[in-house]
Design a protein around this ligand. Structure first.
Ligand SMILES: C[S@@+](CC[C@H](N)C(=O)[O-])C[C@H]1O[C@@H](n2cnc3c(N)ncnc32)[C@H](O)[C@@H]1O
Length: 346
């Protein structure tokens, strides 16, 4: 389907960086058309210009804009016009909270999802629900506004290796009350994005760099991993407690990542996590040095982009990571990320 408009969804507050990122990379070929919080559509300026399928690291979902629909009948009509191919249906809220979508919102979305599914099937549209996703699977995105008065937005995207399989990039994961920090949620969302939540990580070793107070370490230990945490700060006592009760090992080196003795690191490291709250030009060389020594199979890096100048260098940082991290390297802004992006490698 080739309409002259594209759409993107993003985190609340990332609209300005998303606009700058697309303006820089597409040099006027895509210009903002319609904006709502966490949602921007783009006009393709030159008829011959074909934008890539993924428009920006700061867009959790991007694709072709089909248009607004006031009723589910309109959604079905549009879907039938778009393609005769099998579709996957993603229904998700436009407005998302960084600590996860609330249960009441999911209830509303689930009801709309069920209604659209019924109507599409009745109209003879073939819907695929089985896993796994294949590259090129066609996804019908239905974006739901804050109230029933707001029309549904309809978009279409092709599944790519870097795409989220959860509608809107919003996994149904809630931050538990009893974990040491919201890094627990960022880690679990990163696993879900890459499909690594399906891996059995138990008995393997993780390095958690910038581990205090310990939300991510807590999640690693819950998943049965042994963890070496590196941070000058103190850990939450719940981390030490879970290590005891779950028969997993937690060691804490209370030092800065740049000062560790590389020869003392474990031999077999399955996963490196990094969430150091320093700017990437300081952090990345330290992680590269550690990765050079341990050759971890997978990396999950939270890259802090606390200023517009750092945000505008996101691609430079991702390219630098590609030089030393295991392939493939993908970047996204997870729903739980703040002024930061998540880079997964391996
Ligand atoms: C955002 S917090 C990490 C949250 C943590 N991942 C969790 O799961 O709760 C950033 C941490 O980076 C640590 N940090 C800052 N500079 C560091 C360095 N050079 N080496 C190791 N840790 C560092 C800070 O002490 C702080 O605890």
């Amino acid at each position: 389907m080739n309409t002259p408009f594209r759409f993107t969804t993003c985190r609340a507050g990332s609209e300005p960086v998303l606009k700058r990122d697309i303006a820089t990379h597409f040099a006027g070929e895509l210009t903002p058309a319609f904006m709502k919080p966490q949602f921007i559509t783009w006009k393709v300026r030159s008829p011959g210009f074909s934008p890539p399928r993924t428009l920006s690291t700061f867009a959790r979902v991007s694709g072709t804009s089909v248009g607004l629909c006031k009723t589910i009948i309109e959604v079905v009509d549009q879907a039938r016009n778009i393609t005769k191919q099998t579709l996957r249906l993603h229904v998700f809220p436009r407005i998302t909270n960084e600590d996860g979508v609330e249960a009441a919102t999911w209830q509303r979305i689930n009801a709309i999802h069920a209604e659209i599914t019924r109507a599409l099937l009745q109209a003879g549209v073939q819907l695929e629900t089985r896993l796994p996703y294949a590259i090129g699977d066609l996804i019908l995105d239905v974006i739901v506004g804050e109230t029933d008065a707001e029309p549904l937005f309809l978009g279409l995207h092709e599944h790519q290796a870097s795409s989220h399989i959860q509608p809107g990039g919003l996994p149904h994961i809630t931050l538990p009350e009893n974990v040491p920090s919201r890094a627990w949620l960022k880690f679990e969302q990163a696993l879900a994005w890459r499909g690594w939540d399906q891996l059995d990580l138990s008995g393997q070793t993780a390095l958690d760099i910038g581990c205090a107070p310990g939300g991510a370490t807590y999640a690693l230990l819950q998943r049965g991993m042994n963890v070496l945490g590196i941070d000058t700060a103190e850990m939450d006592p719940r981390v030490l407690q879970i290590a005891k009760t779950q028969d997993v090992r937690f060691d804490h080196w209370r030092t800065a990542a740049g000062r560790i003795n590389l020869t003392a690191l474990p031999q077999e490291v399955a996963l490196i996590l990094c969430d150091i709250n320093l700017a990437p030009p300081e952090v990345l060389p330290q992680i590269a040095r550690i990765q050079d020594s341990v050759q971890a199979r997978r990396l999950i890096l939270t890259i802090k982009l606390n200023t517009p100048a750092l945000e505008d260098r996101a691609h430079e940082f991702i390219d630098a990571i590609r030089d030393w991290a295991p392939a493939p390297v993908f970047a996204t802004q997870l729903a739980a990320n703040r002024r930061e992006i998540c880079v997964c490698a391996g």
